[in-house]
Design a protein around this ligand. Structure first.
Ligand code: PLP
Length: 428
């Protein structure tokens, strides 16, 4: 029995399912999750001493790689001064100034502790500002686990929101309208009928929680237009894409200005954090200026601010996104080519350092229905074949992958060699 096996059994005694976030349990791929002891650069090491090239990167935050010296130094410095005060700090101002500089759609930002809090607050704000209750989301987009957002009305035709988790009141879920990602015609039809009831559209501008699905040309523009015409707010959930697909996030990459933006992951440099921001008029509706309430004991936590600032400063100074995109493209094209050599189709996509691979699909999916039509069992076999060869991919066919600045050419070569062997093995 491996140490990970033992730890997983022990964890299950006092932690539901043995994990503190469901996807970590390997339920999507089978087998025992690897318990990670340490990480350095692009590599993670498990409790059995096995090393893996890491394409999860803590689900996105670790864009500089693990244990980046600037982040560690910033944390060490803060540790000598205190870890939490519950009072304002200069670091929070520095963070707000930097974020507003990097994302010009914002001139005011509120720090919170997770992406979930950011999107939950953004919705409350949009509802408070517009005085409307309905919100629009897209099937397969994940915006954290706030009640209004844990709703998937099913893909295809619009239906009224149905809770997708027990515990979400139907009375609340009915205000969440779900459409198919990339279905501009459905968006227009819904707004023609109910535009005046809708407080906001919330969207992942590149969807990263149903594997990786790109917005089709015109889709994000349609969202902008229907919001302009109806007075609904457009919320870009950039918890994953922010500072990853471009320094200025997906809004810079695609040239669309949202009304509100939610952030998380990279902005905390690996510590728990989230943020929401937008134009001052909107943000001033939040307490203590306005009456939309939001608060947090640990919000703007000094350690999280310093880890995030070190990360963002590095990105601003080094402008690495073009190189990161090129590395990621080499990775996904190499994986697709390795699959083809064994007669298997494996469409692959990337935007900046975020990617999706689809073993067995005919073409890259454009919505959740198409993602689901894939061969999940094949992904599971590919995942384990790669894991056996020292490559740690997302333990689910429905998650995006992430490349960091610490992934070297040699790491990519080693991954592609592992992919070639893995495709051979699973085809055999
Ligand atoms: N929004 C998006 C796009 C996400 O990918 C996630 C988490 O993966 C969240 C929100 C929720 O963030 P958190 O897990 O920090 O609550």
């Amino acid at each position: 029995m491996s140490h990970s096996d033992q730890l997983f059994a022990r964890a299950a005694e006092h932690i539901p399912g043995g994990v503190n976030s469901p996807v970590r349990a390997f339920a999507g791929v089978g087998g025992t999750p690897r318990f990670i002891r340490s990480a350095q650069g692009a590599w993670i090491t498990d409790e059995d001493g096995q090393r893996y090239i890491d394409y999860v990167g803590s689900w996105g935050p670790m864009i500089l790689g693990h244990q980046h010296p600037n982040v560690i130094a910033a944390l060490q410095d803060q540790l000598t001064r205190g870890v939490s005060f519950g009072a304002p700090t200069a670091g929070e101002i520095e963070m707000a100034e930097l974020v507003c500089e990097l994302l010009p759609a914002m001139d005011s930002v509120r720090m919170v502790n997770s992406g979930t809090e950011a999107t939950m607050t953004a919705l409350r704000l949009a509802r408070g500002i517009t005085g409307r209750d309905a919100i629009v989301k897209f099937a397969g987009c994940y915006h954290g686990h706030a009640d209004s957002l844990l709703v998937n009305a099913g893909s295809g035709a619009l239906t009224l929101g149905v809770p997708s988790s027990p515990g979400v009141p139907a009375d609340l879920a009915q205000h969440t309208l779900t459409l198919d990602y990339n279905d501009s015609a459905a968006v227009e039809a819904l707004f023609a009928e109910r535009g005046q009831d809708i407080a906001a559209i919330i969207v992942e501008p590149v969807a990263g929680n149903m594997n990786c699905v790109l917005p089709q040309p015109g889709f994000l523009q349609t969202l902008r237009k229907v919001c302009d015409d109806s007075g609904a707010l457009l919320i870009f959930d950039e918890v994953m894409t922010g500072f990853r697909v471009a320094l200025g996030g997906a809004q810079a990459h695609f040239g669309i200005t949202p009304d509100l933006t939610t952030l998380g992951k990279i902005i905390g440099g690996g510590l728990p954090v989230g943020a929401l921001g937008g134009k001052r008029d909107y943000m001033n509706a939040l307490a203590p200026v306005g009456s939309v309430y939001q608060a947090g004991t640990l919000s703007g936590n000094p350690l999280a601010m310093q880890a995030g600032l070190a990360t963002l400063h590095y990105l601003r100074e080094h402008q690495p996104h073009a190189a990161l995109a090129a590395t990621t493209q080499r990775l996904v094209e190499g994986i697709a080519a390795a699959a083809e050599k064994t007669g298997l189709n494996c469409p692959a996509v990337n935007v900046g350092g975020m990617f999706g691979v689809y073993p067995g699909h005919v073409s890259a999916p454009t919505n959740l229905d198409e993602v689901k039509r894939g061969d999940v069992a094949l992904y599971q076999r590919f995942f384990h074949a790669m894991l056996d060869r020292g490559v740690y991919l997302a333990p689910s066919a429905f998650e995006a992958g992430f490349v960091s600045l610490a992934h070297t050419d040699a790491d990519i070569d080693a991954t592609l060699a592992a992919a070639a062997e893995s495709f051979m093995a699973i085809q055999a």
